[in-house]
Design a protein around this ligand. Structure first.
Ligand SMILES: CCCCC/C=C/CC(=O)SCCNC(=O)CCNC(=O)[C@H](O)C(C)(C)COP(=O)(O)OP(=O)(O)OC[C@H]1O[C@@H](n2cnc3c(N)ncnc32)[C@H](O)[C@@H]1OP(=O)(O)O
Length: 324
């Protein structure tokens, strides 16, 4: 293009891979003037040579922290976008603001140039699930409206995981509770520290399953094991969760970070589009079912949040300190 102007030669045959790729790139430039193409080429080459002059001048793919999040730390490096829940003193309990920021972060990650997206937690917990103070400071005349809006937020939040287009990985650095457990089935890989536990105390809270777990857990582990977790609140160790298929692999806590990130950096070098298309092929089979389950679970929870059972359980949790 830079020397001959717009593409005018015939397209090479389908098996002439190298010349066909060159032709496609040339043809894609359309009627770009020869001079502009030449300047673009010079800019590209001088950019490459100046960056390869000396290794000290190569700016490493810095851990680019993305601004605008208060409850998360979002970084992109080595083809991996990491979304880290960042309320360690509250065990990364999920506030309304956090649900919203996670949705924004997923939206941004779905469009950035990374290959893999990872969700993890800062501190000792992955997440203690829904922040139970989300249900406080509500006057009686606001309760129904708050429950209605909560159900919409829940449905939208889980919907983002169902529809996420790229490989999505959970690095479960510590215990996980409630919704931070149920959504794991919507991830493509779940790596867990051997310190992690998996606990869904819905009945204890007068609540019911979400995150599509009423469908995905029985399908994954059989109805009996799913009932132990979702109905009776049995807490699983990382090894047990791995045996049930909820966790992909367990790592010793002492080497968890090193082993997981080494593995993910290697995966992130695989062809990006192939990974994305394969993920979508695997997930597309049951998307409709997942969205229908999500809508139904959110509708039922909206009712549960208004029940005495739920309100009493939350008041019990919040008044623990006062009783101590
Ligand atoms: C839009 C709405 C969508 C709703 C979707 C619905 C989801 C359902 C669920 O997720 S159900 C699960 C809800 N989570 C829980 O029931 C866990 C509650 N927390 C605990 O049981 C414990 O805090 C613990 C086991 C996670 C940790 O116990 P530990 O004794 O180690 O630590 P503390 O209890 O002292 O916790 C430290 C401070 O963090 C606060 N905190 C922890 N988790 C939550 C939470 N989920 N909600 C609110 N606050 C939480 C805790 O109160 C302490 O705060 P303080 O230091 O200010 O007292």
């Amino acid at each position: 293009m830079a020397t001959e102007g717009p593409c005018s030669t015939p397209k090479p045959g389908v098996f002439d891979l190298i010349n066909k790729a060159k032709w496609d790139a040339w043809n894609a430039l359309g009627n770009l003037p020869k001079e502009t193409a030449r300047q673009n080429y010079v800019d590209l080459v001088s950019g490459l040579s100046s960056s390869s002059d000396s290794s000290s001048q190569v700016k490493p793919e810095a851990d680019r922290e993305q601004a605008g999040y208060e409850t998360l730390v979002m970084t992109s490096e080595d083809g991996i976008t990491k979304i880290m829940l960042n309320r360690p003193t509250k065990m990364n309990a999920l506030t309304t603001q956090m649900y919203q920021e996670i949705m924004l972060a997923l939206e941004a990650a779905s469009k950035d140039d990374s290959t893999i997206t990872v969700l993890t937690g800062n501190g000792s917990y992955f997440s203690s699930g829904n922040d139970l103070t989300n249900f406080t400071h509500i006057s009686p005349d606001e309760i129904e409206e708050k429950a209605r809006r909560g159900a919409i937020l829940l449905r939208d939040f889980v919907g983002c995981f169902i529809d996420f287009p790229k490989p999505l990985v959970a690095a479960v650095n510590g215990p996980a509770v409630g919704i931070s457990v149920t959504i794991l089935r919507l991830f493509d890989l779940v790596y867990a520290s051997d310190r992690a536990t998996f606990h869904t105390p819905f009945s204890h809270l007068g609540q019911t399953p979400e995150g599509c777990s009423s469908y995905t857990f029985p399908k994954l582990m059989g109805p009996g094991k799913a009932a132990e977790m979702l109905i009776f609140g049995k807490k699983l160790t990382a090894a047990e969760a791995c045996a049930q298929g909820l966790v992909t692999e367990v790592f010793p806590d002492s080497t968890f970070q090193k082993e997981v990130w080494t593995r993910l950096k290697a995966y992130s070098k695989l062809p990006r589009n192939a990974l994305r298309i394969s993920k979508q092929m695997i997930r597309n089979h049951e998307k409709e079912k997942l969205h229908a389950t999500n809508a139904e679970e959110s509708r039922i929870l909206q009712e549960r949040w208004l029940s005495d059972e739920c309100m009493n359980a939350i008041m019990n949790f919040l008044s623990r300190k006062a009783k101590m």
